[in-house]
Design a binder for this molecule. Structure first.
Ligand SMILES: Nc1ncnc2c1ncn2[C@@H]1O[C@H](COP(=O)(O)OP(=O)(O)OP(=O)(O)O)[C@@H](O)[C@H]1O
Length: 577
């Protein structure tokens, strides 16, 4: 992140420089006010005769200087924003890129809500921190140093007032810093929880309504909201309690300055206007100190957020890229004695998997839910890596390939078809930007999607709204299958992705796949035997192990578990009909 700070250093320097000018103007004003009072109004130095011309000329000069100060302030603000906005834009892009590069394991570890807070709210906090550091620290430091010098230059007695007031203020600043620091960490975490709740409820709104869970969701949101508000309230309370104490110190200091100044004026050692100047300087110094509290508050909150952003940025990919670019591929897949366990889980979900899928073969994978079918196919495009053993594609360990070249050879249709904003055509061509209309139409025909796409109001150019909520589950699945087919990969994996299709459409799709994509190696995960009985071979998975792998006919002769599945499904179908 330092890299991005250094990248825009010149904006920070310009912002600080203009801030220096602005503060110099603020510091110069009391001198001019003192001159107006002493020479202009009281006529000191001209026998007590008020000097109108001094009042007017100094007043005009003051106006010019104040306007120049305003301009400097505006420019300082502009450059501060340029610095902090550019910095946060870069960090946000970096963060988002990192998240896109996360493996499934990393995605599982960070919650979606937390990743949203980190790429939005946390980055804004860091942006505010830098804006405060650039503007606030210059302003605060200069008010303190230059203000103290100016004050002491009036009379050294005023130095004593600073010496007493300052430690008291610093003590309070440290106290606030110490008390609020840990709260900010908790505050960001509570925002994570709230974002997760909103995200889950909004995404699952249909389920919430279908199960009349609005009450419960509202309650849970209210609870998350209350926790966040509580922490925020405590932070604000600590900061608010600081202000009266600061004001008391400030007022006592002003009273001391007036008293000491009056003694000097009575002794004829100081002009009365200087008391006014001293009070202004003192206010500036002490206001600078108050500003220090705000800066510390921003820094504390910003550092807590920065830590959370760094956790994302420093995350090294759990699935490391190889360096072999896959050349011509035959689509041969071999599992070599593979064992797999999800990170931080106690038990293996796959064991002793040894399996070869030949080029152009259609292998079906069947088994009870939770038997490990998705886990098995996830190892081929390296959504996860095998815990032991290895998976080979075209004679090479998948870990040797670059992820990009491996995944361009393996097209996966996941269990849940995710569609994105854009048109149907854009969704289908998502992974194949060079695909022409004919390529898309061919994939769509095989996926049995042509009829319903052409029936849409704008055909292929119909917008997909809200992740395809205006389409049926089966329509979404077929668009997702067409999206995979149009990539023309050598390996195609369908992970239970025809479950929403009626039997007739599914059969047509399987036949078209066999005919139109004969050379492609196909792995089809299914729950229904009827969907895959024509596959070249069927692997039967039971508790993470392949207990048999053969044709439907042979399995019906030799595999009791397969026969059980078949019989139970047949019975169900008979009961349904
Ligand atoms: N991301 C994950 N983290 C931890 N455990 C997981 C994860 N995904 C799946 N599992 C566990 O691994 C086991 C196998 O799950 P998997 O999804 O591979 O089964 P499946 O046969 O595809 O099931 P289904 O037919 O219901 O889709 C299950 O016990 C599941 O709880």
């Amino acid at each position: 992140m330092i890299k991005y700070i250094l990248k825009y250093w010149y904006f920070a320097v310009l912002a600080s420089l203009f801030m220096v000018f602005e503060v110099l103007v603020d510091l110069y004003q009391p001198r001019m006010m003192a001159r107006i009072v002493d020479e202009g109004i009281l006529g000191l130095g001209s026998g007590g005769v008020p000097q109108q011309d001094i009042i007017i000329s100094t007043g005009i000069w003051m106006l010019v200087i104040v306007l120049a100060g305003c301009l400097c302030g505006i420019l300082s603000g502009v450059f501060t924003n340029l610095f902090s906005q550019n910095y946060s834009n870069d960090v946000r892009k970096l963060c988002f890129k990192k998240i896109l590069g996360f493996s499934f394991t990393q995605n599982d570890r960070f919650s979606v809500g937390s990743l949203i807070t980190r790429t939005t709210g946390d980055i804004t906090q860091v942006q505010n921190m830098w804006a405060q550091i650039i503007r606030g620290s210059v302003r605060c430091g200069m008010f303190f140093v230059a203000g103290s010098i100016a004050l002491v230059s009036l009379t050294s007695d005023f130095g004593m007032v600073i010496l007493v007031a300052l430690p008291l203020i610093l003590l309070e600043v440290i106290l606030v810093f110490w008390k609020t620091g840990p709260l900010f960490d908790r505050l960001q975490q509570s925002i994570d929880v709230m974002n997760t709740r909103v995200q889950e409820s909004v995404k699952g709104l249909r389920v919430v309504k279908a199960y009349v869970q609005e009450e419960k969701e509202s309650r849970e949101f209210a609870e998350a909201n209350r926790r966040q508000t509580d922490i925020q309230f405590r932070v604000l309370l600590i900061i608010a309690s600081m202000h009266p104490v600061m004001n008391i110190i400030l007022n006592l200091a002003v009273a001391a300055v007036i008293h000491l100044g009056a003694v000097r004026v009575q002794a004829g050692e100081m002009a009365p206007g200087n008391i006014m100047a001293a009070v202004t300087y003192l206010s500036q110094i002490l206001n600078g100190m108050m500003m220090l509290v705000m800066i510390f508050q921003s820094i504390t909150r910003g550092l807590a957020s920065e830590k959370r952003i760094r956790e994302v940025i420093r995350e090294t990919p759990a699935v490391k890229d190889g360096n072999l670019v896959a050349g011509d591929s035959s689509g041969r897949i071999v599992f070599h004695n593979v064992r797999f366990r999800y990170p931080e889980q106690q038990a293996d979900v796959l064991s002793d998997i040894s399996l070869t899928v030949n080029p152009g073969e259609t292998l079906a994978v069947i088994g009870a839910t939770g038997s490990g079918k998705s886990s098995l196919i996830n190892l081929i495009p390296r959504f996860y890596d095998a815990t032991d053993g290895y998976v080979e594609v075209d004679g090479k360990d998948v870990r040797e390939y670059t992820l990009e070249s491996l995944r361009s050879r393996v097209s996966v249709v996941l269990q849940k078809s995710e569609l994105f904003g854009g048109t149907i055509r854009e969704n289908i061509a998502m992974g194949s930007p060079d695909a022409g209309n004919e390529d898309i139409a061919r994939a769509v025909r095989t996926a049995q999607a042509e009829d319903f796409i052409l029936r849409q109001p704008k055909g292929y150019d119909t917008p997909v709204v809200q992740g395809g909520m205006s389409l049926s589950g089966g329509q979404r699945q077929r668009i997702a299958i067409a999206r995979a087919l149009v990539r023309k990969s050598e390996i195609l994996i369908l992970d239970d992705s025809t479950s929403a299709l009626d039997f007739k459409t599914e059969s047509k799709l399987m036949d078209a796949l066999k005919k139109d994509y004969a050379g492609v190696t196909k792995i089809i995960v299914a729950l229904r035997i009827a969907s895959i009985r024509n596959a070249d071979r069927i692997a039967v998975l039971e508790n993470g192990r392949i207990i048999a792998c053969d044709t439907h006919e042979n399995l019906m002769r030799s595999c009791p578990s397969y026969i059980d599945i078949y019989t139970s499904q047949l019975k169900n179908e008979e009961e349904m009909s």
